[in-house]
Design a protein around this ligand. Sequence first.
Ligand SMILES: [Cu+2]
Length: 118
Amino acid sequence: MIRRLVPLAAVLALAVPLSAQAGTNATKLVGTVGPGFTITLKKGGQKIVSLPAGRYTITVTDKSAIHDFRLKGPGMNKVITGISFVGTKTVTVTLKRARYTYVCTPHASFMKGTVTVK
Ligand SMILES: [Cu+2]
């Protein structure tokens, strides 16, 4: 009996730090807007269509002073880079199961994309 309990205790000791780390790690996403009339949101270089629910770090590079990068969803309406801002900003967000839209506010009719969070 004792010989079986020792390995179990070792597994539990390993499991605690691993789960704590998973809770703080956010998946990296990359957004761009401009310099033309384009807006993108990618993960590993691929356009995002859907994502699992969870925590994400979104780094947005805004290459134009006429566009912004806004993320909208349930309980969220976040301007990550403002219209006049040019440069890079990073935010960490929690995405729930829902549809999210990333959009340039002044050109919302055509500069937009949708992500389904499952
Ligand atoms: Cu725009």
